[in-house]
Design a protein around this ligand. Structure first.
Ligand SMILES: Nc1ncnc2c1ncn2[C@@H]1O[C@H](COP(=O)(O)OP(=O)(O)OP(=O)(O)O)[C@@H](O)[C@H]1O
Ligand SMILES: [Mg+2]
Length: 874
């Protein structure tokens, strides 16, 4: 059930062809010195001027490629016409025309045009709304213009722009690196290779034949995992490698469970038509020997069975849901994900910034024994001060101790030599600084277990001692004590390296034989809205699990604070040792997953999905991106890093957990209205078929004229356009709602035939009370009216699990459209059009009988529905 891999499906096999897709200009730039690159692009390190950038924007166009561009109005219309249901109707109209049935041609054409116009405008509106929503969360790039750094929307980048990139950023165009520091990129969208690759300003040798491996080129579609860099934009939009690639390849996006559900239903109905229509044709043909008439009738029945309103109902429902949510500051980037939000029964979330405030404060700086130590603070400050990687709350909290700047003079007395950047698997980072005496010191900070594993010595009261087990225990105890009070702790270690090189040549291997110095502790209070939000999710039967890189003690504390029942803990290292099946077994009963690597977050999502859950994930960091991509519905916040926002379906503009429960309800409401339509349309179609086939067999004339079948269908279509406005009972919203095709089928098979009972009753009445054996027109009119009444009535019974009208009432637009449609049907039988359509006035006794039948019909359907729900569930 994964989705939206914007290209990972076209992976390695491209590299052989890639030389052709890459522009010669790009490859040429890779071999030029910085100066010549700038000259070539007619730019400077101080950036373009605003006026120049404007000119270039006109010349090169906006930085978007075909796949992202919105469809033009014309394309929308064409897409509408390409719909299989429209094509089916058009074919039927053509056949009617060829067989000389001009009235049917006219009615079908009116249906096609009305359907298209309705859908066209509804969808255009939905599309405009979706685009407006997307624009609210557009990613930005940091560019230098007129010598100043500024943030501009990615769209406005032009060739020649100088940009700066840092961990978490998306690469916004195809760029040439001018300078870089420990810059690692994930290019998996282009190459399928998940391991980060290093990039630098080095000029490539000739031996590289794959341009994606050239170190000084970065491509749109990749993202920065760690490090920083300055780069010049070479190509934007459709001229980028990714743009060219995605234009030439028909993107095979995996379907969500929702898409599959809708397709499944559509095909079910089409298969039904394919089987039933020939039967109707043959039965009428053989019994009445007028094959032409039988053919026209069968075609009209085919039109009647076509669920031509389904696409419109779906898209209008979804966009209405998205608009509702945007009012609560929730932006839905992918419309289909609304339904997944309603179907979700497990929500995984990271901890910091989601459950907690995420505005952490450095509280204590302690030595191994838990005593306050100034040296710990000083070394921590030096480390944070000289670190250049991803801006993060930990370093920001440390740097808030600005008073240290004066005493320590981190910049004057210490000269930075190198940095070993943070990554989420190592969970630590180091800087190497040289002090005034020329001594090089490596200062490493990070997750406690990770640092301890690199330390062979420990500093106690200024003495450096070997790391004896008792010191280790003492340190662990200190940390656990702090964690249990809700403090996050990171460990600090260092080593002095006399005579070590003053060049940036240090690497991860140098983080060894360290001296454990102590701990920095931070307080990250739980969000005030968290307990309430979690309670709401619980009442909605959504199971919440925590997936965090932090350790288990702090996580347990936070869970307790926010009122999340902690049903078992699983740690990253334990997961490492598990097989896929073992993990799948373990995940269900675990609510806290701690000390995870990004990859393990993804594994857990997959394991839950394997167990049949629809899984949501909420996170905001680089380390959350794989899990966001893997989940069925991904949620992020506006302050998240680019790659997290890019990987998410839904963005919370306000970082407020309470809206999440509302979103879940909205998703279920949208789904409820879609399911309603499907149940109604399919069961009344199914019932009608029963009646049509039976009546065809024993009547000496056609059960209804083709033109009447079409008119009936047209009226019914109209009555359904108001369904998206309808309410869904609040009881129905309490459970996760997933596609259950079997259940829907069963419902249709049982409810459908009830309408047939009343159809047959009508036949009986028309034939025997009103003597219609020789009066087909009266028979037709009687059935036409009864059919419209029952179909419209059934909407109100099926739309709720409760007693219609009494316990649950439809929205006003739906009530009004229902009344309007039945009135129109009655009016047609006496209107000037009656003759054209083959109607005659009905006797007053008919109306009395109809009223009695309607009451019986509603009661019977209601009883069967209640029985059905009790037996099979809703
Ligand atoms: N700037 C930093 N310097 C050193 N170590 C860090 C830094 N940031 C995080 N760490 C360490 O890496 C661990 C994992 O990072 P982090 O807590 O952000 O992961 P996460 O999975 O996003 O967790 P959370 O659920 O809290 O957001 C932290 O517990 C901490 O020990
Ligand atoms: Mg995080």
């Amino acid at each position: 059930m994964s989705k939206k891999s914007t290209g990972s499906s076209h992976s390695n096999n491209q590299s052989s062809e890639s030389a052709r897709t890459f522009s010669a200009e790009l490859l040429e730039m890779a071999n030029l010195e910085t100066e010549s690159v700038l000259g070539h692009l007619e730019t400077r390190l101080a950036g373009l001027s605003t006026s120049d950038a404007d000119l270039r924007l006109k010349r090169y166009g906006v930085n978007e490629f075909a796949k992202e561009k919105r469809l033009s109005v014309l394309m929308h219309l064409v897409n509408n016409l390409k719909n299989p249901l429209v094509i089916l109707l058009a074919a039927l109209a053509l056949l009617s025309y060829l067989t000389g049935d001009l009235r049917a041609t006219l009615v079908i054409s009116v249906m096609i045009v009305l359907g298209i116009i309705l859908r066209f405008f509804q969808e255009l509106r939905a599309d405009n709304a979706a685009a407006a929503l997307k624009a609210m969360v557009s990613n930005k790039a940091t560019v230098v213009r007129d010598g100043k750094e500024e943030e501009i929307p990615l769209k406005l980048l032009v060739p020649g722009d100088i940009i700066s990139i840092a961990a978490g950023d998306m690469i916004p165009a195809d760029v040439r690196i001018l300078s870089a520091k420990d810059l690692f990129l994930n290019q998996s969208a282009l190459t399928g290779e998940a391991m980060p690759v290093e990039k630098s300003s080095d000029i490539a040798g000739d031996e590289l034949d794959n341009p994606l491996e050239i170190p000084n080129l970065c491509f749109l579609g990749s993202n920065v995992v760690s490090g920083t860099g300055i780069a010049a934009v070479i190509h934007t939009g459709g001229k980028t490698y990714f743009g060219a690639l995605s234009a030439s390849i028909v993107e095979k996006r995996e379907l969500t469970s929702f898409d599959k559900g809708i397709n499944g239903i559509t095909w079910m109905m089409i298969r039904f038509i394919a089987v039933m229509v020939p039967i109707v044709f043959l039965v009428n043909g053989f019994s009445k020997h007028n094959w032409m008439e039988a053919f026209l009738f069968a075609m009209a029945v085919a039109v009647g069975l076509t669920p031509e309103m389904l696409p419109m109902i779906v898209s209008v429902n979804l966009s209405k849901g998205a608009m509702m949510m945007s009012r609560k500051k929730v932006i839905v980037k992918r419309l289909n994900s609304i339904q997944n939000l309603g179907a979700m029964d497990v929500l995984c979330t990271d901890k910091t910034g989601t459950l907690t405030e995420g505005e952490i404060v450095l509280e204590k700086h302690l030595d191994v024994h838990g005593e306050t130590s100034a040296k710990v603070l000083h070394y921590g400050y030096l480390n944070s001060y000289h670190h250049t990687g991803l801006r993060n709350i930990t370093d920001e909290a440390i740097l808030k101790h600005g008073d240290l700047e004066e005493t320590l003079q981190a910049n004057v007395k210490y000269h930075k030599i190198d940095e070993i950047p943070f990554d989420f698997t190592r969970k630590r980072m180091s800087v190497i600084v040289e002090d005034e005496t020329g001594m090089n010191t490596l200062i490493c900070k990070g997750a406690v277990e990770q640092i301890m594993s690199c330390c062979s010595r420990v500093e106690i009261d200024g003495n450096i001692l070997p790391m004896l087990p008792e010191y280790k225990d003492s340190a662990t105890e200190t940390v656990s004590g702090l964690n249990a009070q809700g403090f996050r702790a990171i460990a600090l270690s260092y080593k002095e390296m006399p005579g070590a090189p003053d060049e940036p040549v240090y690497e991860i291997g140098d983080e060894s034989e360290l001296i454990l110095l102590g701990f920095l502790t931070f307080f990250d209070p739980p969000k005030k809205s968290a307990p309430e939000a979690l309670k709401q999710l619980e009442t909605l039967s959504v199971d919440v699990k925590i997936l965090t890189g932090d350790n288990e003690v702090v996580s347990t504390y936070i869970c307790k604070e926010v009122g999340l029942s902690s049903g078992g803990i699983l740690l990253g290292p334990q997961i490492e040792a598990m097989s896929e099946d073992e993990l799948a077994k373990a995940v269900n009963n675990t609510s806290i997953f701690a000390r995870l690597s990004p990859n393990q977050k993804e594994l857990i999502i997959h394991a839950l999905q394997k167990n049949g859950h629809v899984v949501g994930f909420m996170g905001d960091g680089i380390n959350d991106a794989p899990a966001l991509k893997a989940s069925d519905v991904s949620v992020s916040v506006d302050s998240a890093v680019d790659i997290a926002k890019e990987s998410s379906d839904i963005i919370l503009l306000d970082n407020n957990l309470l809206v999440l429960a509302q979103g879940v309800m909205e998703g279920r409401r949208v789904f409820g209205n879609i399911i309603k339509y499907i149940k109604m349309a399919a069961s009344s179609n199914f019932g009608n078929m029963f009646s049509v086939v039976g009546a065809s067999a024993f009547l000496p004339f056609l059960p209804m004229l083709p033109i009447q079948v079409l008119t009936n269908n047209l009226l019914y279509d109209f009555s359904q356009t108001t369904i998206p406005s309808d309410e869904v009972d609040s009881d129905w919203l309490k459970k996760p709602r997933q596609w259950k095709i079997r259940g829907i089928e069963k419902f249709i098979l049982i409810i459908g035939p009830i309408s047939s009972i009343f159809d047959y009753l009508t036949f009986f009445i028309m034939l025997n009370i009103f003597n219609c054996w020789n009066n087909p027109a009266l028979f037709h009119t009687g059935w036409f009216v009864e059919s419209i009444f029952t179909q419209t009535m059934i909407i109100h019974v099926i739309r709720t699990n409760k007693i219609p009208f009494i316990q649950s009432r439809a929205s006003w637009p739906l009530i009004i459209s229902s009344v309007a449609i039945v009135s129109a049907a009655v009016f047609l039988t006496i209107s000037p059009l009656a003759k054209t359509l083959g109607f005659v006035p009905l006797p007053s006794f008919y109306w009395f009988l109809l009223a009695v039948m309607m009451v019986c019909y509603v009661v019977l359907t209601q009883l069967v529905k209640t029985w059905f729900i009790r037996k099979f569930g809703d």
